[in-house]
Design a protein around this ligand. Structure first.
Ligand code: GLP
Length: 260
């Protein structure tokens, strides 16, 4: 995979947004895969700036979110439906009809997972999937030991993930215990993957994903099997990478035609 180390999280966001803006420029009806959490916020802010400046037309773009909590109402401010609406759909002027989030309120969650897979297929598949990474190596909500072949389904959150996400809720007890998440197999079907991470709390997970063995104990390590996976991290998240100097040199000498 391609690893790009930027001086700061803001610069990660700007570079990632440039890559996405180029994609949409070349393919105005692109299908984007959206991640929640704090990692991609700088990307969304930079994309919103492109929209305001008129350098990005999102009118024909569609989008699919990675995951949703089970057990909280859709209008809860921390449901991923609310987060995607607030952080992405509104600021990026996406057509709400073209933005989908897994239905965590469905009474039949298995059927909701199947419907989501069908919706992604019907849209022609995801062109570019944005990913964050959990401190335990999860992507979407695919916790350690998730099957590499998994599709959209219900998952139980680990205590670590619930504790990490408690900051978004009034109390740790309020963090849902379950979710509906795209599987690793679903994510791997996207034509390109863009994983972003910032901060020292992600350094170990980033190193395990990029340079460690491919193992379901670090779900993000499956990206090593994707033909078009890019990992953009800030210096703090790059701290444990053994080949950091190699990645820096490679990026600094990227031929012009290959640049983002
Ligand atoms: C969350 C999300 C993931 C996200 C990850 C990291 O709970 N389900 O999609 O990438 O955990 O979150 P953050 O970016 O806030 O560190």
């Amino acid at each position: 995979m391609e690893v790009v180390i930027m001086p700061s999280g803001t610069e990660v966001g700007l570079l990632a947004a440039r890559k996405i803006t180029r994609l949409v420029g070349a393919r105005p009806d692109a299908v984007l895969g959206l991640a929640t959490g704090s990692s991609p916020l700088a990307i969304y802010a930079a994309l919103a700036a492109h929209v305001r400046e008129g350098t990005l037309d999102t009118s024909r773009v569609s989008a699919f979110a990675l995951d949703e909590y089970v057990g909280i109402p859709a209008d809860h401010p921390e449901s991923y439906a609310s987060v995607i609406d607030r952080e992405v759909t509104v600021p990026l002027h996406l057509d709400p009809e073209r933005v989908q989030v897994p239905d965590g309120r469905a009474t039949d969650l298995e059927a909701a997972g199947r419907r989501y897979e069908e919706a992604i297929r019907a849209a022609g598949g995801v062109d570019l999937q944005i990913l964050g990474i959990g401190a335990n190596g999860h992507v979407g909500f695919n916790e350690p030991t998730s099957s590499f072949a998994s599709r959209t389904r219900i998952k139980t959150l680990t205590e670590r993930t619930r504790a990490d996400n408690a900051r978004f809720f009034a109390s740790p007890d309020e963090v849902p215990t379950h979710c509906l998440t795209q599987g690793l197999g679903t994510i791997m079907d996207a034509r390109s993957l863009l994983l972003v991470a910032q901060g020292s709390q992600k350094a170990a997970a980033v190193a395990a994903a990029v340079e460690g063995p491919v193992t379901s104990m670090c779900p993000a390590s499956i990206l090593q099997h994707h033909p078009h996976a890019t990992v953009m991290v800030d210096e703090a998240a790059a701290a444990d990478l053994q080949l950091a100097d190699y990645y820096r040199w490679t990026y600094a000498h990227k031929p012009a035609w290959q640049q983002f």
